[in-house]
Design a protein around this ligand. Structure first.
Ligand SMILES: [Cu+2]
Length: 155
């Protein structure tokens, strides 16, 4: 008797939670990759985020068990100076996408607790401004890579 009452309560809680879908429920990540640099240099992580929902969402950052610190940055150039600025939130429009790519938005991965080499897969947990999260596997690519290297895979 006791356990069936508990099951009923849990089902009710799950249904209630489903009424307010989170940002992560509507977002699909693709072309997720990391550009690995030599030594202890920070690595850039890049991904395409597609929002299938009717509401805009915003990426606020990411975390990983492999890297001690992850920051959301934007690279920009003014004249011949290249610089990076911190980004609080990167919007992903309703039924639109946001692209993190070299020379633009990226996640900066710092202080790897173990060497990451090309071919490795690293899981990053992307977080959104509503507090929801999306675990995504990123493929590590060499320093000279310009994209995820998967453009023609599965086509
Ligand atoms: Cu950066």
């Amino acid at each position: 008797m006791k356990s069936s009452t508990l099951s009923f309560l849990l089902a009710g809680l799950l249904l209630t939670g489903g009424v307010h879908a989170s940002a992560a429920d509507h977002v699909h990540a693709s072309h997720a990759w990391i550009r690995v640099l030599p030594g202890d240099l920070p690595a850039g992580a890049y991904v395409t985020l597609q929002n299938d929902g009717d509401q805009p969402v915003a990426l606020s950052g990411a975390s990983s068990t492999v890297y001690a610190d992850v920051m959301l940055h934007q690279s920009s150039t003014a004249g011949d100076m290249s610089r990076m600025t911190m980004v609080d939130a990167l919007p992903v429009p309703a039924h639109g996408k946001a692209v993190l790519a070299p020379a633009g938005y990226h996640l900066m991965l710092m202080q790897a607790n173990a060497p990451v080499k090309p071919g490795d897969t690293v899981r990053l947990t992307l977080s959104f401004t509503d507090g929801s999260t999306l675990a995504t596997d990123f493929i590590a690519r060499p320093a000279n890579a310009m994209d995820a290297g998967d453009d023609h895979r599965g086509h």
